[in-house]
Design a protein around this ligand. Structure first.
Ligand SMILES: [Zn+2]
Length: 353
């Protein structure tokens, strides 16, 4: 059934919950053979979980149960897509204030979220955050028959924004402008942890100095540690469950702007979000970013943003260039598709590999 390449969609489960049968059929007709089904979003689990907070709409009824069953009946692989560290859920921001990141200005992201209102993030150094995430994922695997666990928002807030997004937030487009209010995390755990390892309180470290790079690396390492523990929990529960993550477009960008050192993560595959217009790049760059990812030796499935592909030519060239440069398939963001007139083109694109 499968060519060994992933033909996948990231799926907005809320949008298909009313009629999963129709939507799964449509994805199968377009040629998909795997889906990344949003199962835990920033508000919480999209099913009545016990170990995780639950999104309002899902308190009474699971929004993913039927979709999973329907997908499996149709031979699709289902990866549970999990929003890991971005968690603006009110119950958590109220009761677990100390779990959230603090900026260099000393402000909690709960009171002063960076860039947008919903940017309230768990601190990766906090052991309670870790056990919470591990418990959540364990329960998810025990509740549903899933083929994969897919991590998203597994990072700190953006130290810098990608070029294509800067003007929207009143920032200079062609320059990385460092601002303390976008620099996380300086919570008690992080400060004490770094102090213990390096003998200096990170609040004293100036951006761009030699020590800064150790502090940057220390934070990236905290995220890597979480990824490793999640991978371990998944594999010890069932080694056939695949692990993967939606990471920033290239290893370089990912490390520098969101502290993801994903080339060291022990996951089965990586779906870098090569959303070219966010980086102010053209379609050809999808190929370059794919190659950069592959140079890490990891299994790369190019994540392509359908909203930026407005014609048949664009869609086909985006897919072709990713495949040509060595991507193990394509994962489209997002289903339901933003340009429904291009559904036939998606089918055409999937049929080429
Ligand atoms: Zn912290």
């Amino acid at each position: 059934m499968t060519s060994g390449y992933k033909k996948a969609f990231w799926v907005n489960s809320k949008a298909i919950a009313q009629n999963p049968e129709k939507h799964i059929k449509e994805m199968v007709e377009m040629g998909a053979d795997e889906i990344f089904l949003l199962s835990i979003d920033n508000e919480g689990a999209l099913y009545p979980a016990k170990l995780s907070v639950v999104a309002k709409e899902a308190k009474q009824k699971s929004l993913i149960e039927e979709a999973i069953k329907e997908a499996k009946r149709n031979g699709l692989k289902v990866h549970a897509w999990v929003v890991a560290l971005n968690k603006p859920n009110e119950e958590l921001t109220t009761k677990r204030r100390e779990w959230f990141v603090v900026s260099k200005e000393g402000k909690s992201c709960i009171d002063e979220p960076p860039y947008i209102n919903g940017y309230k993030w768990f601190c990766p150094s906090n052991e309670e955050v870790r056990s919470y995430l591990l418990g959540t994922i364990q329960e998810l695997m025990e509740t549903y028959d899933i083929d994969g666990v897919h991590l998203d928002y597994i990072r700190l807030p953006d130290l810098f924004l990608p070029e294509g997004l800067r003007e929207k937030y009143g920032l200079e487009k062609n320059k990385d402008v460092y601002m303390e209010k976008y620099d996380f995390c300086y919570c008690k755990k992080c400060r004490e942890g770094f102090m213990k390892d390096f003998g200096i309180d990170p609040i004293e470290i100036k951006f761009g100095t030699r020590k800064w790079y150790e502090w940057h690396a220390w934070r990236a390492n905290k995220i890597t540690e979480i990824v490793k523990s999640i991978n371990k929990v998944v594999k010890s529960y069932d080694s056939s469950i695949e692990t993967s993550a939606a990471v920033f477009a290239t290893p370089g960008y990912a490390y520098r702007i969101v502290f993801q050192q994903w080339i060291t993560w022990p996951l089965d595959s990586f779906e870098p979000m090569i959303y070219h217009e966010y980086y102010d790049k053209n379609i050809k760059w999808i190929g370059e970013a794919t190659m950069e990812g592959l140079s890490s030796g990891k299994n790369i499935v190019a994540g392509i943003f359908l909203g930026f592909l407005r014609s048949r030519e664009d869609l086909l060239s985006a897919t072709d260039i990713a495949l040509e440069k060595g991507s193990s398939g394509v994962c489209f963001f997002v289903y339901p598709v933003p340009h429904p007139e291009l559904k036939d083109t998606i089918r055409e694109a999937f049929s080429r590999f």
